[in-house]
Design a protein around this ligand. Structure first.
Ligand code: NDP
Length: 493
């Protein structure tokens, strides 16, 4: 192949009832490499009628066929086999994830390892689901059964594509649900590659279906479909609100993992080097395209100027580059749309605050949706850059006077996904832990995420929890059973 040859553009279809299926009208959409802006795949776009087929397949697999007869042990084994496939093919999956989303290959490798761990975790949990016996009077017996919710529609974003799929599919399979997964239109490729192994690991047709397409069409059709019992959604708060409204007519169970504007709080007594690193890592990892990004950096006034200076100096060393380069710390943003969106916030930030570093496109990049790591400081917490989720490498640094001031600013946001506090004072740290209104709090760190621990938000960051046993609960119903042991007639009339 000559050096000017175009990369192969692979085509993908929808995975419905165990078969690769073209869009009914043969419509496709392009999928890009955001570092080169080139098309790397063409993907079948699901229409409402394709979604209907997928839901019917999932419904049939839930209501009859081999799946309802599968034991919890069998489902656990299937999950372990999926994990094994992921580990065996980790390099291939990480490369596709990196090329398709723009995330550095080293981070993509961590993500894929976490995907396998997630399937292993729920593989182990599948046969630990139990009901309880209840203390009713002696002449009766009462107990609970835990049963799968039914057909789950699962809609995911583009920032951690296969990992977000894993967080939803693994507990659903463990619980005995069937699924229709809709990946984000920008990044469907790893989920589609993953579907290649479903049959081999023993998932009966229809248990997991993967449909591609645009949120307003394929996603919306899934949310309103009467055959779907539950919607598990990860994405923006704006779309989360649409989903709650459109799921209301069929009263589906809904869980929402939405965005955030998380405070990362630094007190003067924090370990200096660790704190500065933690501020940068918290907001710039994955190009800032992280729901829990520590994008509001609150710094105690005593150290404020020096902290901004240190952050700025260290930020100069963050290496931007092609995602497949192992030295790259930040790749391009996922898409042109996201690049333009973040760009408009950069212009706004220059008006609302002072710029310490960044604020635009890095020099020397001809193609690709690259954005410099940007630090705005002296930001008022009422500024839009401090209140709205930017979802890019943009930090707002805000000074605070004292502990009470830090808590006030930290909680003054419509969101409540996560937060972090950095201090050597254990009393202060735990006072902050208790005062911050968010679903995840880190002390002297930001972003570590483990499958064993719950993930989810307060306030407008959503409701419901993923991961750990909490994630499995969201796919289970509780049935109460009462057994009369007294043969005497009721004698009511
Ligand atoms: P969006 O809300 O735009 O999209 C998320 C998913 O919803 C996509 O698959 C999208 O489809 C689909 N969608 C869009 N419109 C509709 C609709 N009307 N009905 C049904 N589905 C629809 O989010 P992004 O993809 O831009 O992802 C970024 C957001 O995700 C951020 O706000 C981030 O904070 C949040 N997020 C939250 C996480 C958490 O755990 N709390 C984790 C990761 C991200 P398509 O894109 O294909 O058109």
């Amino acid at each position: 192949m000559s050096s000017t040859a175009q990369p192969t553009v692979k085509t993908y279809q929808n995975y419905i009832h165990g078969k690769w299926t073209a869009n009914a009208a043969s419509q496709t959409f392009p999928v890009y490499d955001p570092s080169t802006e080139e098309v790397i795949a063409q993907v079948a776009s699901a229409s409402a009628s394709d979604v209907d087929q997928a839901v019917k397949a999932a419904r049939a697999a839930f209501d009859s066929g081999p799946w309802p007869q599968t034991t919890a042990q069998d489902r656990g084994r299937i999950l372990f086999k999926l994990a094994e496939k992921i580990r065996q093919n980790a390099a291939m999956l990480a490369e596709i994830e990196s090329r398709n989303s723009g995330k550095p290959i080293v981070e993509a490798e961590f993500d894929i390892a976490d995907v396998a761990t997630c399937f292993e975790y729920y593989g182990g949990l599948a046969n630990k689901v139990t009901g309880s016996v209840l203390p009713v009077p002696a002449n009766a017996l009462s107990f609970t059964l835990r049963e799968p919710v039914g057909v789950a529609g699962q809609i995911i974003p583009w920032n951690f594509p296969l990992l977000m799929a894993a967080w939803k599919l693994a507990p659903a399979i463990a619980a005995g649900c069937t699924c229709v997964l809709k990946p984000a239109e920008q990044t469907p490729l790893t989920a589609l590659e993953f579907a290649n192994w479903f049959e081999e690991v023993g998932l009966p047709p229809g248990v997991v279906n993967v449909i591609n397409g645009v949120g307003e069409i394929a996603g919306a059709a899934l949310v309103t479909h009467p055959g779907v019992d539950k919607i598990a959604f990860t994405g923006s708060a704006a779309v989360g609100k649409i989903i709650v409204k459109s799921a209301a007519d069929t009263l589906k169970r809904v869980t929402l993992e939405l965005g955030g504007k998380s405070p990362n709080i630094f007190f003067a007594d924090a370990d200096w080097e660790a704190a500065v690193d933690g501020a940068l890592f918290g907001v710039f990892i994955n190009q800032g395209e992280v729901c829990s990004a520590g994008s509001r950096i609150l710094v105690e006034k005593k150290i404020y100027s020096k902290f901004v200076e240190s952050m700025t100096e260290k930020a100069k060393r963050i290496k931007l580059g092609p995602p497949m380069d192992r030295d790259t710390k930040m790749g391009p943003l996922v898409s042109k749309e996201q690049y333009e969106r973040v760009g408009s916030y950069l212009e706004l930030g220059k008006k609302e605050a002072k710029t310490a570093i960044g604020g635009g496109r890095p020099k020397g990049f001809g193609k690709g949706y690259y954005v410099e790591p940007t630090i705005f400081y002296d930001v008022d917490n009422n500024a839009r850059i401090s209140r709205e989720e930017i979802f890019g490498p943009v930090a707002s640094v805000i000074p605070f006077e004292n502990e009470a001031d830090a808590i006030r600013i930290a909680n003054d946001t419509p969101y409540g996904l996560a937060g972090a506090v950095w201090t050597r004072d254990i009393f202060k740290a735990f006072r902050l832990v208790k005062s911050m209104r968010a679903g995840i709090i880190w002390v002297n760190h930001m972003q570590p995420t483990y499958v064993e621990a719950p993930w989810g938000g307060y306030k407008q960051s959503g409701f419901g929890r993923e991961l750990g046993p909490w994630g499995l609960e969201e796919y289970l119903e509780t049935k109460q059973v009462f057994v009369n042991l007294d043969e005497t007639p009721i004698g009511w009339y």
